[in-house]
Design a protein around this ligand. Structure first.
Ligand SMILES: Nc1ncnc2c1ncn2[C@@H]1O[C@H](COP(=O)(O)OP(=O)(O)OP(=O)(O)O)[C@@H](O)[C@H]1O
Ligand SMILES: [Mg+2]
Length: 270
């Protein structure tokens, strides 16, 4: 259990997560670890169980069994709100913006600021000006350019929408930001923007998990790569030590996981 002092500190860990839907096994003893202030990519074929893993880590799905720890303490999130209250923000694969609302409203969705005193506490009036100012400052800090903070999200481009979803997660995440395929269906320029945003989130001191099918994106941004296969973690590698072909070979089962140098920090003893 005790790790050498030079090893990076782990923020989140999971061991032996299982989840079945009837005969379909979504997680088959999945392990996971996320180090402090790292960008971890999770890769795997369609249906490998990546989203299921993320949903289990963030309270969107309650695993049948297994253990999840945050900062070394066991947690059992029953809802995504539980995870959010623990500082974990997630952008799920199904894009999570309310298109009929504007940018500010999206950033403060479910966390609206009320006016001080009687107006806010009794009449429950929203402090729109303060929310707009904070939204503007936040978007600026993250380097996201939009024409107006009052712009409705359905008038934004795909990349800008994605940026708003990531910005919201970055705004509220205190420990971990998890992004399930944030660059799927984005153009080259928009993808670059989202990747840059992820770097800024990490620069704020957070850890980031990104699920992606794009090997070039993964190799550009990730410190380590978690390879998921058939409902469980097959391997974790340091990006610098492997090639894209290496990763794809393990992902598809063409090569054995132990053909690659492992970068698992906390190897649980059997
Ligand atoms: N709610 C559910 N009901 C039934 N089966 C499910 C459910 N959620 C996931 N599964 C199944 O679990 C397996 C893993 O799905 P999951 O969405 O986690 O894969 P994934 O790796 O995220 O795939 P993709 O790359 O396509 O997003 C699939 O076979 C899927 O059909
Ligand atoms: Mg998925």
């Amino acid at each position: 259990m005790t790790a050498a002092p030079s090893l990076p500190r782990l923020v989140m860990e999971a061991h032996g997560l299982r989840k079945s839907y009837g005969h379909v096994i979504a997680m088959d003893g999945a392990d996971f670890e996320l180090a402090d202030n790292e960008i971890l990519a999770v890769v795997g074929d369609n249906g490998a169980g990546k989203s299921s893993l993320i949903r289990a880590l963030t309270g969107a799905v309650v695993p049948d069994s297994g253990e999840i720890t945050l900062d070394g303490r066991q947690v059992s999130f029953r809802t995504p709100l539980d995870a959010r209250l623990s500082g974990i923000e997630t952008v799920y694969q199904e894009l999570a913006v309310a298109t009929e609302l504007d940018i500010t409203q999206n950033l403060f969705l479910g966390r609206e600021l009320r006016k001080p005193g009687f107006m806010g506490m009794v009449l429950r009036q929203l402090d729109k000006k303060r929310m707009r100012n904070e939204a503007l400052e936040h978007m600026r800090n993250l380097g996201i350019r939009v024409q107006s903070i009052r712009q409705k999200v359905d008038t934004l481009s795909g990349g800008q929408r994605q940026a708003v979803a990531v910005a919201r997660a970055a705004a509220w995440g205190r420990r971990v930001v998890i992004l399930d395929e944030p660059t799927a269906a984005l153009g080259v320029r928009e993808t670059k923007q989202v990747l840059e945003l992820i770097r800024r989130v990490r620069a704020q001191g957070l850890s980031v998990v990104i699920i992606s099918h794009s090997m070039p994106d993964v190799f550009e941004i990730a410190d380590r790569i978690h390879i998921h296969r058939l409902g469980r973690r097959a391997a974790v590698v340091a990006t610098k030590t492997v090639t894209m072909n290496d990763v794809v070979a393990v992902m598809t089962g063409a090569a054995a996981p132990d053909s690659l140098p492992t970068a698992i920090i906390h190897q649980k003893k059997a």
